[in-house]
Ligand binder design. Structure first.
Ligand SMILES: Cc1cc2nc3c(=O)[nH]c(=O)nc-3n(C[C@H](O)[C@H](O)[C@H](O)COP(=O)(O)OP(=O)(O)OC[C@H]3O[C@@H](n4cnc5c(N)ncnc54)[C@H](O)[C@@H]3O)c2cc1C
Length: 388
């Protein structure tokens, strides 16, 4: 057989583009026992065409260096919309421009009926409303990406804007490589995604029924706090990542130990990209006193540059910023911070359906000193690097 199963499964990002390009629908995606989206191949349907391998980053990546990009700091003029978005809201202005240009826009929404994140295709601003705000869980992309490829094949004049994580963008760009359609790719600076079991166990822990709204980046306490808000029919929960009242979801998320295998040593996060634009939170000293949110906008192609110049609702706060001024954990080597024993234990507890409070008590409370030591060692390492 000639399909993705012959490639190293540890590096599968779960982007589901292989399923989108499979001519016989032999590949489907579902969660494995650890809560990660993984491909299942029906060998009876597989015709060994190898198309799935051509879009897969497991075959080895080749993209543009992110150090060659141009970095801007920006945010929306509209404060109300900025407040609804994770950072400075630039993703929304790119969405608005794309809708105006008549493009198909693919982005991630939170589905309250299934309590998961998933990608959908939209054509009007109303339909795009759910794209606002980051969902810090892996989005299910299989159906959306399949539809994108089908629309593109049926209509060579159709144009697209796709928002996604660097691995998703890598796959979709590869899938469009031999298609004439105009494709704008916007990816996010990425910390990595945790197992979906973390989200399930967190919702079990909260026990909120009939969830109506989830906001992973509620700015009630300002942009620098990661505020998580879940509203049900009769009750709601708000927690933050701040040390006091630390929220269990963010505690485990930022501990890095339950990230997807492919996120731990992801080259796309750190070095390379096939996107036109990469967006993130402008963390670091520069905007430390800003409470509304500032986006880091990294243009990687001429098309990306042109799009930024066309954004009518965006205020460019600064341009030509050296990328070294934007440093955050998305650039660090996760292998240095992941503790293998704790990782295995946490993933096991989550797979057994333990609620997040029990996982935090059972795993993450037991080695705070070790964690502090790891962080200190990393900070020292980067300090010495800067001095040299
Ligand atoms: C899992 C994840 C990890 C991230 N890690 C970092 C990081 O380490 N450092 C950093 O600076 N920024 C990170 N970001 C990006 C950051 O959270 C903001 O998305 C970014 O700054 C854009 O913000 P905005 O205000 O312009 O738009 P927002 O209103 O936040 O719009 C978000 C856009 O991202 C898309 N999106 C939302 N959730 C997902 C998802 N789960 N998968 C794919 N696409 C999604 C939506 O379609 C929308 O277009 C991460 C985002 C995600 C989803």
């Amino acid at each position: 057989m000639n399909n993705i199963l012959q490639l190293d499964s540890n590096n599968c990002s779960g982007c589901a583009v292989c399923a989108a390009v499979c001519p016989t629908s032999a590949i489907t995606f579902g969660q494995d026992e650890r809560g990660f989206y993984m491909p299942f191949v029906d060998e009876n349907k597989c015709i060994s065409c190898g198309k799935c391998r051509t879009v897969c980053l497991k075959g080895g990546i080749s993209g543009r260096k992110i150090t060659d990009g141009k970095l801007y700091a920006a945010r929306l003029f509209d404060e109300k919309v900025t407040a609804q978005c994770s950072s400075g809201g630039i993703a929304w202005d790119i969405t608005a421009l794309s809708v105006k240009q008549g493009r198909y826009v693919a982005g991630c929404v939170y589905d309250v009926t299934e309590n998961k994140a998933k990608h959908i295709i939209a054509r009007t601003l109303e339909e795009c409303e759910g794209f606002k705000n980051s969902k810090y869980i892996q989005s299910e992309t299989q159906d959306c990406f399949k539809q994108l490829v089908e629309i593109a094949k049926a209509d060579p004049s159709a144009s697209f804007t796709v928002f996604g994580l660097p691995c998703q963008i890598y796959g979709i760009r590869k899938a469009f490589e031999n298609l004439p359609n105009d494709l704008l790719c916007v990816e996010l600076f990425c910390h990595g995604v945790p197992t979906h079991k973390l989200w399930e166990s967190y919702l079990d822990y909260l026990g909120i029924e009939n969830i109506k709204e989830v906001n992973f980046r509620h700015k009630r306490d300002g942009w620098h706090q990661f505020g998580i808000f879940v509203r049900g029919e009769n009750e709601e929960h708000f927690g933050t990542s701040a040390p006091v009242g630390r929220d269990y979801f963010y505690k485990v998320f930022f501990d890095e130990n339950v990230l997807r295998d492919s996120c731990i040593d992801c080259k796309l996060r750190k070095f390379e990209s096939l996107a036109d634009i990469r967006l993130g939170d402008f963390w670091g000293k520069r905007y430390i006193h800003d409470n509304k949110g500032v986006s880091a906008v990294l243009t990687l192609t001429e098309k990306g540059e042109e799009v930024v110049s066309l954004l009518e609702g965006t205020e460019i706060l600064e341009k030509d910023i050296p990328l070294t001024d934007y440093r955050y954990t998305c650039f660090e080597d996760k292998k240095d911070v992941v503790d293998i024993k704790s990782r295995e234990k946490a993933l096991k507890l989550l797979a057994r359906g333990k609620t997040t409070d029990k996982v935090v008590r059972g795993v993450f409370m037991t080695y705070p000193l070790k964690k502090k030591y790891i962080r200190l060692r990393l900070e020292l390492k980067s300090l010495l690097k800067k001095r040299r």
